[in-house]
Design a protein around this ligand. Structure first.
Ligand code: ADP
Length: 539
């Protein structure tokens, strides 16, 4: 090969790619450029290939500051990889686009692009012009996308029967590290999505679902809170732990008497003067508390802190308070409770108070850890998934996995068409594209056949990762599909005993699968059309 490529690991254990000859070379043109770019893209795809599917491997990545991430999520692996090569960066972008638009299938899309590149390399060797390959791929991708539509099924669910939605989210979670708890996590994801969904408009705003985590407890303790959780407690231990029908003042102004400015000189030369000043301060704060009570607040949530004396006074006057709440959280609380953030104390009015059915402080086990739960909010369409787990790494990976599950549920509400997984949809497309190639005159038909072969690489990777013979398994499943005219046969990764994915309940959303094919094709076409690569001479 023209360029030798190597996957190496830097001192932090992060994988990166070395293009060996790059040092001496600063310009590549024509076929050389395409071949170099293809190798770079393939190298990235090769890293992700072993992570695909329920038996895929996990990757462990370490950031420069020593933080370790263990993940199975394609977008995350690529995100953390230190790639210097521009084409490799395109592949990272590719995974990110899939993540952004669909949220699932981020590994598959890169594996597909890698396979398309590999096939393109072969065609280039045969002397086919890259533009013809790009055009053939484009035609084939449209055939595949249409075919997916043909073999798709509508997926039935209702608010009273969410089982089918739960099953789908479980499929997504089954290839993740958290798969031990897939049932409960899938249920949480579905309930969260339905809580914020607008079923008439077929839309789901995932921003309304807050995903929070706190180290401690078990993954099984993860729960869905119909409201907001805040990692804070009441400012005084003797304040009530539960407030019903709370009216909440949300303050971003300091809840304390104004401090004397340093540029003004206050002469305190007698005990009397000191006591007067102190009294004034106390009076001032007392007035503030009274003001809150007058507008009807039964709880104050502040961005700022207040000192022990103020805290004591609040407790005595029976006005519970929470201090040091971050800006983002204040905003969420305001949205959820239908309250307004009050930046100046004078602006506090009854209409600006947020409302919640219950605000309670929850303590965890024997630890001193406490959290605030704000539930039954005025705006009931705000929920929180509160993740528990033994360490930060586990919580982070659970967040990523839940994100995928939430996206899958959202995608089904937007469009309830599905295709079956385990590589079955790809095999069916491969057969259809291959058959169509015969009817296409011209050189493009080679590219179309190559596209069909690339589609096969998804089931092959699934088989390989499950310890099966890739070629034999694929051939058997493919002939089974042809013989029985059934597009649901795929790879039995978990050795269930049937490769009918309909029976195994392994499916993916139609739009997700179509998007994978379209995005992978797009990026490969882009790479094929680059015929001049100029890199800095003193690289
Ligand atoms: P991605 O990040 O692309 O979603 P995954 O590692 O989650 O990658 O793997 C998804 C692939 O695994 C899909 O092709 C899906 O159909 C397949 N898959 C998931 N669960 C199963 C299963 N139980 N049996 C066979 N294939 C499965």
């Amino acid at each position: 090969s023209l360029l030798s490529m190597a996957l190496a690991f830097d001192e932090y254990g992060r994988p990166f790619i070395i293009l060996k000859e790059q040092e001496q070379m600063n310009r590549l043109r024509g076929l050389d450029a395409q071949k170099a770019n293809i190798s770079a893209g393939k190298a990235v795809a090769r890293i992700l290939r072993t992570s695909l599917g329920p038996k895929g491997m996990d990757k462990m990545l370490q950031s420069p500051d020593g933080e370790v991430t263990i993940t199975n999520d394609g977008a995350t692996i690529l995100e953390q990889m230190d790639v210097d090569n521009q084409i490799a960066k395109l592949m990272v972008e590719l995974s990110r686009s899939q993540d952004y638009e669909i949220g699932d299938g981020t590994t598959g899309v890169v594996v597909m692009a890698g396979a398309l590149l590999e096939q393109a390399e072969r065609l280039l060797e045969c002397g086919i012009h890259p533009i013809r390959i790009a055009e053939g791929y484009e035609m084939a991708s449209r055939m595949a996308v249409d075919h997916l539509e043909k073999i798709s099924k509508t997926f039935e669910f209702s608010l009273t029967n969410i089982e089918s939605l739960v099953q789908t989210c479980m499929t997504t979670l089954s290839s993740k590290i958290v798969n031990r708890c897939k049932r409960s996590l899938a249920e949480i994801a579905v309930k969260a999505v339905l809580a914020v969904a607008d079923l008439d408009r077929k839309d789901v705003n995932l921003d309304l679902i807050k995903v929070e985590g706190k180290v401690g407890g078990k993954l099984e303790d993860t729960e869905l809170v119909y409201g907001i959780t805040v990692d804070k407690d009441m400012s005084h231990p003797q304040m009530p732990k539960r407030i019903e029908n709370a009216k909440i003042a949300i303050l971003t102004c300091p809840f304390e008497p104004p401090k004397p400015k340093t540029k003004h000189k206050v002469d305190i030369d007698t005990v009397e003067k000191f006591q007067t000043l102190r009294k004034q301060e106390q009076q001032y704060f007392d007035d503030m508390v009274q003001r809150c009570k007058d507008v009807g607040a039964t709880l104050v949530i502040c961005q700022w802190g207040f000192d022990d004396e103020a805290n004591h006074l609040l407790m005595n006057r029976g006005l519970p308070a929470v201090r040091w709440v971050g800006g983002v959280e204040l905003e969420l609380i305001a949205i959820a409770t239908g309250g307004r953030i009050v930046p100046r104390f004078q602006e506090l009015t009854p209409e600006k108070l947020g409302k919640a059915g219950i605000v309670r402080e929850k303590s965890f086990g024997t630890t001193k850890d406490r959290m605030l739960y704000i539930e039954q909010c005025a705006n009931s369409r705000a929920v929180t998934i509160f993740i528990r787990g033994g360490n930060k790494m586990m919580i982070e990976e659970t967040k990523r996995s839940l994100h995928d599950a939430l996206c899958v549920a959202r995608n089904l509400i937007r469009n309830n068409s599905i295709v079956y997984g385990g590589g079955s949809a790809e095999i069916s497309c491969s057969i259809a594209v291959e058959a169509a190639a015969d009817r296409i005159p011209g050189v493009e038909q080679y590219a179309i056949r190559a596209f069909a072969d690339a589609l096969d690489s998804i089931p092959m990777a699934l088989a390989e990762n499950s310890g099966l013979q890739p070629i034999e398994t694929l051939t058997a499943v493919k002939s089974q599909q042809v013989k029985e005219g059934n597009p649901h046969y795929g790879i039995d990764c978990n050795d269930i005993g049937t490769n009918d994915m309909l029976q195994q309940d392994v499916f993916e959303t139609l739009i997700g699968k179509q998007q994978q094919i379209l995005l992978a094709t797009q990026v490969v076409k882009m790479i094929l059309k680059i015929d001049d690569v100029i890199s800095p001479a003193d690289y």
